[in-house]
Design a protein around this ligand. Structure first.
Ligand code: NAI
Length: 253
């Protein structure tokens, strides 16, 4: 019960990696503040947590809205306390050469993936600093370290998430705050599948991509959630500013 008496705030908790993280934290005794722009998904996550005997509450939240973010964090602190935040919400874009990405796509992806993480850290940090304790996990990607072809804007945002995480770790470590990133390879979620959807034969393309993973398969969302939970927990008490790559060996092969 690593998270007993601890409250973990999760963005993008209505689906994929965010939902798996909510379930992992709840299994280990933590109270989950599940947030998402998608009310249906977020509510389903709370129901899934309750179905395993855990405790969670849902707040609708668009991470790009700083004022709303501050308000939901304030409410969470008032009602449940706040020990950790997982800035997981993120979006991708269809594969495209850099010059073919529209300004609208650029702005939207940067807004959610970069501003959203900034908003989350900015909202939680004063509370964490004041109590001298807090853990932040930002969800990066393999694209935090590798330049992915036809994913240059996504790569730009995930590189930014990684270096922002390092800066927070350096800045707030003396205040008792740890900040880390989890950087997954492909995970079969709605976001992950978007990468293949525009291809002529998505199933064939996926099968070929899977072969490039030394472990011979893609990750399950639960395997990413395990890495996030580890970095949130006391087991990682001396780890900060780290980008934990969870990619079945893809980046070293
Ligand atoms: P997903 O699409 O299953 O879940 C993303 C969630 O974020 C959804 O519930 C969605 O409603 C929510 N969301 C989107 N925009 C939002 C906003 N403005 N405010 C609040 N919530 C918002 O995708 P997945 O795969 O679970 O993605 C989670 C994170 O993992 C993202 O940051 C993504 O970039 C990252 N990631 C995913 C990989 C994959 O292959 N699936 C690989 C590497 C990183």
């Amino acid at each position: 019960m690593r998270f007993e008496d601890r409250t973990v705030f999760i963005t993008g908790a209505g689906s994929g990696i965010g939902r798996a993280t909510a379930l992992r934290v709840a299994e280990d005794g933590g109270f989950v503040v599940a947030t998402d722009v998608d009310e249906t998904g977020g509510t389903e996550t709370v129901e899934a947590v309750e179905a395993i005997g855990g405790e969670a509450v849902f707040h609708e939240l668009d991470v790009t809205d700083a004022e709303a973010f501050d308000a939901v964090v304030e409410t969470a602190i008032g009602e449940h306390g706040l020990d950790a935040i997982v800035n997981n919400a993120g979006i991708g874009h269809s594969p495209a050469d850099t010059e073919d990405v529209t300004e609208e796509t650029f702005e939207r992806v940067v807004d959610v993936n970069v501003r959203g993480v900034w908003n989350g850290c900015r909202a939680a940090l004063p509370h964490f600093r004041a109590r001298g304790d807090g853990a932040i996990v930002n969800v990066g990607s393999l694209a935090s370290f590798l330049g992915l072809p036809k994913q240059s804007v996504y790569s730009l945002t995930k590189g930014a998430v990684m270096n922002f995480t390092r800066a927070i770790a350096a800045e707030a470590g003396r205040d008792g705050v740890r900040a880390n990133a989890v950087c997954p390879g492909f995970v079969e979620t709605s976001l992950g599948n978007m990468h293949f959807e525009s291809m002529s034969n998505p199933e064939k393309a996926k099968a070929q991509a899977e072969k490039q993973y030394p472990l011979g398969r893609f990750a399950e969302p639960e395997e990413i959630a395990d890495a996030i939970a580890f970095l949130l927990s006391e087991e990682a008490s001396f780890i900060t500013g780290h980008g934990l790559v969870v990619d079945g060996g893809y980046s070293v092969s």
